[in-house]
Design a protein around this ligand. Structure first.
Ligand SMILES: NC(=O)c1ccc[n+]([C@@H]2O[C@H](COP(=O)([O-])OP(=O)(O)OC[C@H]3O[C@@H](n4cnc5c(N)ncnc54)[C@H](OP(=O)(O)O)[C@@H]3O)[C@@H](O)[C@H]2O)c1
Length: 324
């Protein structure tokens, strides 16, 4: 019989609610407990999403039996809350960005390895069928050699210096929050770049409102990437190769539609990837499967992969002068 994976959620904010909704649609797992800084928020969350236990204070989560905790707090707390779970003997799926920088990620990875516990960054796009199709199509040579990638992610956030998106103490800014997706896409398809160019425009709080960045690769490819919390943009990605291109329709990081074009730009085929979830079910299935197999990391989005990504984010921030 398939083991039912017991989940806890740490932090009852916006993404936690969407994740819980998808968890309830995923087979072979259950939401056992939620912990919040506020008891009433935890109780309301538990009622809305069918969790058996609601706790005030994150430490209380470990009074019940759990296989894994989903950490859904702001970026600046990812390390602290991941370490809290690992030190209490429970594996972790931690929201992106995995932590604020590589030093923090190293500490998380080290503890997970010492404790022999599961740890994975919630880089959910990696597991979406549309992303897998893009990857396999490129590997099959469908668009030839990648020449350039263009990808952007932008929306207009209401300026509030205390909000997660603008407050430096919560790791605010466009780049770590949404720039991570175009950075991830380029890493996923082209690997680590040989040269990084980047420029940011800053909000009054000092967090980046817009970051534009270019990655250059040894194999004659480039990626032209952008993120902003100042304006709604197309949020599309297009991968141009020597024999054609692939459009990942907006918002590309959660794509449910791909269009393939031929070498002269002629439209060849559109594929749909319908779903009745937000798309977090795929990363949940991956974590469930790893836990059932007794793995301490995902072979498909490994800790080394997360390390490469945070290293790339750190180096890009350095060039763009984004400082926390
Ligand atoms: N994968 C995705 O698609 C996706 C989408 C959005 C966000 N995210 C990531 O998820 C994380 C949370 O984002 P969110 O949009 O859910 O944020 P949010 O709505 O502000 O929720 C964050 C939660 O963290 C807890 N928290 C603990 N200490 C806090 C503090 N000092 N200030 C604010 N909140 C604190 C709060 O929950 P309690 O008070 O209930 O404990 C809060 O509700 C971020 O790292 C973000 O990058 C991922």
């Amino acid at each position: 019989m398939t083991k039912t994976i017991k989940w806890g959620i740490l932090g009852a904010g916006k993404i936690a609610a969407k994740f819980a909704s998808d968890l309830n649609k995923t087979h072979g797992c259950e939401l056992v407990a939620v912990a919040s800084t506020s008891l009433s928020r935890a109780q309301q969350f538990a009622i809305s999403h069918g969790a058996k236990h609601a706790f005030e204070g994150y430490g209380a989560l470990f009074g019940v039996e759990l296989d894994i905790v989903y950490v859904a707090t702001p970026h600046t707390y990812h390390k602290e809350h991941t370490l809290l779970c690992l030190n209490n003997g429970v594996g972790v799926l931690c929201e992106k960005p995995f932590a604020m920088d590589e030093t923090e990620v190293d500490e998380m990875v080290k503890l997970a390895k010492t404790k022999k516990l599961f740890l994975m960054e919630a880089m959910w796009s990696r597991f979406l069928p549309s992303f897998l199709k893009v990857k396999s199509s490129i590997e099959e040579g469908r668009i030839g050699e990648i020449k350039t990638i263009a990808a952007d992610f932008g929306f207009q956030a209401v300026y509030d210096e205390k909000s997660r998106l603008f407050n430096p103490e919560l790791g605010g800014g466009a780049f770590l929050d949404i720039g991570i997706y175009p950075a991830f896409l380029s890493l996923f398809l082209l690997g680590y770049p040989s040269k990084i160019m980047a420029a940011s425009i800053f909000a009054p709080t000092g967090t980046d409102e817009t970051t534009s960045f270019i990655y250059q690769y040894d194999n004659q490819a480039t990626a032209l990437l952008n993120c902003t919390v100042g304006a709604y943009t197309d949020c599309e990605a297009r991968i141009y190769g020597s024999k054609g291109s692939i459009e990942m329709h907006g918002r590309f990081h959660e794509a449910t539609r791909l269009t393939f074009f031929g070498s002269e730009g002629e439209e060849l085929e559109t594929l749909e990837f319908p779903r009745d979830t937000f798309g977090y079910n795929y990363e949940i299935e991956e974590a469930n499967e790893c836990l059932r197999k007794g793995l301490t990391e995902s072979p498909n989005w490994s800790l080394a992969d997360s390390n490469k990504l945070i290293h790339l984010l750190d180096k890009t921030r350095e060039v763009a002068k984004i400082v926390y």
